[in-house]
Design a protein around this ligand. Structure first.
Ligand code: 4AD
Ligand code: MG
Length: 431
């Protein structure tokens, strides 16, 4: 194979003749000149073909090219400040790999169902590419944040014998003779890891068989779950606000082009700097009642409630101290008011809803055993988890960030389906 230069690297070859591999994004012609919009995954560049400067064969080959045809193109790299990449290619030669016929995604508008059925091709469009690049930067920033702070990356299992976040939305499968479930959250295993390694984080897929068809819900989504020994509720919130500020600022620094390509209002992101505002569940209920929402103390918030609260702020807001009654069994009660727990949900601005759920965990073995009884969880299945409170139990806290909701917010998208390469949603398993 010949050596190829990528569009991303092309600036290092100004004035030289290079070969590149790519696809035809678009094409136009003005008689004696043809313009090829080329993409190679790393970027976009315009190829210019001047009739008087190439052989008739090259000219005719260029004429025959259709949208998404794959090609090798040889050309001289020229600086072109008006173009997005800063360069242009004066084409000398073209080799067709495959001529594409009737590509289904044209520059005209298509409906969402049509595009979702063709997600494998939809990914090639500039907006979808930009989102995937931003997603990758968010992942890099997340890993950098924790790696630089001496957290150890630990991988919890995907197949589990029991649930973490309630039994209503578990994916069931057979594990030979036993029953197994796809993980809803790695948290319980991360608590074990924190007792072994101090500060840990996981980054993996999680599954919830939720019958929710909203713009915030996926069936399969990725979660980042840090867990920290000797860390209380207050410090847990400080880590979270530092973490989210760091991720947003990293995207602003490293993905300007992509944010521009998707038309994101970056001034909204520039405001995302720690500290973040906090409001207790009690005060949130008061505020909602003042706003005319008919929600009693003790009921969980829905999307409209979260959005109303978030609208008060231009940063993410923590809602803290929820009633224990509808929160997970492992959350530590507030010692001054045991009917509420030391937890917080982080609600993103601009109506993106909850992006983080976290809490201090129960460290007292007796209280944990009581909770198991209340929640009708079999102690037998969780014996190993109870062991963590039996052998050197310490105060500890952690949280889970939903990657796709974070990508939707940072990119300003109206649905999580565009934040993951192949979304798994209610009634959608294809492609
Ligand atoms: O609030 P959740 O359910 O918290 C937990 O699972 C804890 N065990 C995490 C922990 O403390 N280690 O989920 C955490 C986050 C949510 O805030 C949300 O961002 C995301 O995961 N999430 C979803 N994202 C997309 N689709 C869904 N169906 C989601 N369910 C939760
Ligand atoms: Mg939650």
């Amino acid at each position: 194979m010949r050596t190829l230069t990528t569009i991303k690297q092309i600036g290092g070859h100004a004035g030289q003749s290079v070969w590149m591999g790519g696809w035809i994004n678009n094409k136009r012609s003005s008689g004696k000149i043809q313009f090829l919009q080329l993409r190679d995954g790393t970027g976009y560049i315009q190829g210019v073909i001047v009739k008087s400067e190439v052989s008739e064969e090259v000219w005719n080959t260029a004429k025959s090219l259709t949208q998404e045809s794959s090609v090798y193109v040889k050309g001289i790299v020229r600086e072109e400040p008006r173009s997005q990449s800063g360069y242009e290619l004066t084409v000398e030669d073209i080799e067709v790999i495959q001529l594409t016929e009737e590509y289904p995604i044209t520059p005209k508008e298509h409906g969402v169902d049509y595009l979702m059925d063709r997600r494998h091709l939809w990914l090639r469009t500039p907006k979808q590419r930009a989102i995937m690049v931003i997603r990758a930067e968010i992942i890099r920033a997340i890993q950098r944040f924790f790696d630089e702070r001496d957290f150890t990356l630990v991988d919890p299992p995907i197949l589990t014998p029991s649930s973490c976040e309630g039994t209503t939305n578990l994916f069931h499968t057979k594990y030979f003779e036993e029953d197994a479930y796809l993980t809803q959250s790695g948290q319980l295993y991360m608590e074990a890891a924190a007792m072994a390694l101090g500060k840990v984080y996981s980054f993996g897929p999680t599954f919830r068989a939720e019958k929710s068809k909203t713009r915030r819900h996926l069936i399969e989504f990725w979660m980042i779950e840090p867990e920290m020994a000797f860390v209380d509720h207050e410090e847990n919130l400080r880590v979270q606000e530092q973490f989210i500020s760091y991720v947003v600022q990293s995207v602003l620094t490293n993905c300007r082009k992509e944010l521009e390509a998707i038309g994101r209002d970056v001034s909204k992101l520039e405001a995302i700097q720690a500290p973040f505002p906090r409001i207790t569940y009690d005060d949130a209920i008061k505020f909602l009642n003042e706003q005319g929402f008919d929600i009693p103390w003790g009921e969980d918030f829905g999307a409209p409630h979260e959005t109303a609260i978030a609208e008060k702020y231009d940063k993410p807001v923590f809602i803290t101290h929820y009633p224990a009654s509808f929160k997970a069994f492992y959350m530590k009660p507030d010692p001054n008011r045991p009917e509420v727990v030391l937890c917080a949900d982080m609600i993103a601005p601009e109506g993106y809803g909850e992006i983080i759920g976290g809490s201090q965990r129960i460290d007292d073995p007796e209280l944990l055993a009581e909770r198991f009884a209340e929640h009708e969880l079999s102690e037998e299945a969780y014996q190993w988890y109870l062991d963590l409170r039996k052998y050197g139990s310490v105060p500890h806290s952690g949280f889970g960030l939903g990657l796709e909701r974070t990508v939707a917010w940072i990119c300003g998208l109206d649905h999580v389906r565009e934040t993951i390469p192949f979304p798994r949603m209610l009634y959608r398993l294809y492609p």
